[in-house]
Design a protein around this ligand. Structure first.
Ligand code: SAM
Length: 359
C-alpha cells in the first residue's frame, strides 16, 4: 500500500509560503487597514472629549448622583441634554464611563482616576499633561526650526505649578511604594536632596516614613511654593529646607546626603544637562548614598514602549532641549559618573526609577 506523501506539519512555514514566493502580505495582495491612521486622527477627539467631561464636572457629578440619565445630568450641569448625551456616549466609547440603555454611571477606571478625590486621581493632570496645547498645532514648525515658538522655559512657573499639582498624587503613590523595593524607611535619619522637586512627593514620602529625616528641596522660584504648601499639608515642613533656584547652579554641599532624588527632571535637559544633574547628585551623596532617578525611559530600540516614545515627542513639542532617553543611555551615564549597583525598579505601573549607589 502506497501512502500519500505527507505534507509538512506547518505548511505556512514551507519555503513556498515565504514572502519571496507569495508576495508581501499587505502590500502585494491586500491593502492594509486604515485603522492606525484613524486612531491617530481620533486621538485629538478622544483627548478633548475627556478634557470637556472633566471641565464640565461630569465625573464628580456622577459620583454624587449615582447612575443617571443624560437629561437628569444635563439639568444638574445646566447644559443642553442633546449635546451632553453625545459627549457621554463619547466618554463611554473611550471606556471611561458605563452606559446601559439611557443610564450612565462611573466605571472602576473613572472612580479611581477621574473623580477629583479618587485614590489615584489624574483629574487635574489630564488638561496639562500634553504641555501647552497650541504647541502641538505647530509641531512641524518646531521641527523645521529645531525649537518650539513658545517653550515652557519662557514662563516655567505658569506651566509647572499646575503640572506638579496634577502629578502629585501619582508620584506620591510611586514614592511610597518604592519603599517596598528600597527600604528607605530602614534609615535612621536620612538627609535627602530633591532637585526639581515639584510638590516634593519623594521627600514627603521619605520624611513621613523616617520621622527624624530631613530634606533640602529645590525648585524654581514660583514653583517651590507648591513644595512649601505640600510639605506643610503633610506635616513635614519643619524638617525641610527650601532652596529655590536653577538645579544646575544652586549651591549643593558635597558628600552630605543619603538620598538624592532626580524625579522626572532629566527629560527636559537634553543629554548634557541630564548628565550634569547625575554628576551633581553623585558629588552630593555620601559614600553608600543612593540616587533615585525617575523618568520615562525608552527601550534600546526606541519602539517597544510607545508611552515613553510619545513622551519624547511631547518634550520636543514644548521644551528647548527635551527628549526621552533609553535605559542603556541612563545606565552608561550613571556608571560614567561613578555610580555602582545600578538597578531599575517600577514601584507602580508605568513609573520606573533607577536606583544607583555611590560607592
Ligand atoms: C515634571 S516635574 C517633576 C516634579 C517632581 N520631581 C516629581 O517627581 O513629581 C519637573 C520639575 O522640575 C522643575 N525644574 C525645571 N527646570 C528646573 C531648573 N532649571 N531648576 C530647578 N527646577 C527645575 C520644574 O519646575 C518642575 O517642578
Amino acid at each position: 500500500m502506497t501512502s500519500e506523501p505527507r505534507d509538512a506539519p506547518y505548511p505556512e512555514l514551507k519555503k513556498t509560503h515565504t514572502m519571496a514566493a507569495k508576495g508581501r502580505p499587505w502590500t502585494d495582495r491586500k491593502p492594509p487597514p486604515a485603522a492606525p491612521v484613524w486612531a491617530a486622527i481620533e486621538g485629538l477627539g478622544r483627548y478633548y472629549i475627556l478634557v470637556a467631561a472633566l471641565e464640565l464636572d461630569v465625573f464628580d457629578t456622577l459620583k454624587e448622583t449615582g447612575p443617571t440619565t443624560a437629561e437628569a445630568l444635563a439639568e444638574k450641569l445646566d447644559v443642553p441634554a442633546v449635546q451632553l448625551a453625545t459627549l457621554l456616549d463619547g466618554v463611554v466609547a473611550l471606556g471611561l464611563l458605563d452606559q446601559f440603555a439611557d443610564v450612565y454611571e462611573l466605571n472602576d477606571t473613572a472612580k479611581r482616576y477621574l473623580v477629583s478625590d479618587g485614590p489615584a486621581t489624574m483629574a487635574d493632570l489630564v488638561p496639562v499633561a500634553p504641555g501647552p496645547h497650541q504647541n502641538w498645532t505647530r509641531l512641524a514648525d518646531t521641527i523645521r526650526n529645531g525649537t518650539p515658538a513658545a517653550p515652557i522655559e519662557d514662563d516655567p512657573a505658569a506651566f509647572y505649578v499646575p503640572l506638579v499639582e496634577g502629578t502629585f498624587t501619582t508620584m506620591f503613590r510611586c514614592a511610597g511604594r518604592a519603599d517596598l523595593k528600597i527600604r528607605y524607611s530602614a534609615l535612621e535619619q536620612p538627609h535627602v536632596l530633591d532637585l526639581g522637586a515639584g510638590g516634593a512627593p519623594w521627600s514627603i514620602a521619605i520624611l513621613t516614613a523616617c520621622t527624624r529625616g530631613t530634606a533640602v528641596i529645590n525648585d524654581l522660584p514660583g514653583v517651590i511654593d507648591v513644595a512649601a504648601a505640600k510639605t506643610s499639608e503633610h506635616g513635614v515642613a519643619d524638617r525641610c529646607d527650601l532652596r529655590p533656584g536653577d538645579f544646575h547652579t544652586i549651591d549643593i554641599e558635597d558628600e552630605a546626603y543619603d538620598i538624592a532624588v532626580l524625579g522626572h527632571v532629566c527629560r527636559t535637559e537634553g543629554a548634557e544637562g541630564a548628565r550634569h544633574l547625575i554628576e551633581r547628585a553623585f558629588r552630593a551623596l555620601k559614600p553608600q548614598g543612593r540616587l533615585l532617578l525617575a523618568d520615562y525611559f525608552t527601550d534600546v530600540e526606541r519602539k517597544f514602549n510607545p508611552h515613553a516614545v510619545i513622551m519624547g515627542a511631547t518634550m520636543m513639542a514644548s521644551t528647548k532641549k527635551g527628549s526621552t532617553f533609553t535605559h542603556q543611555q541612563f545606565s552608561e551615564w550613571l556608571r560614567d559618573a561613578g555610580f555602582a549597583h545600578i538597578r531599575l525598579i517600577e514601584p507602580i505601573g508605568f513609573q520606573q526609577c533607577f536606583v544607583a549607589v555611590r560607592p
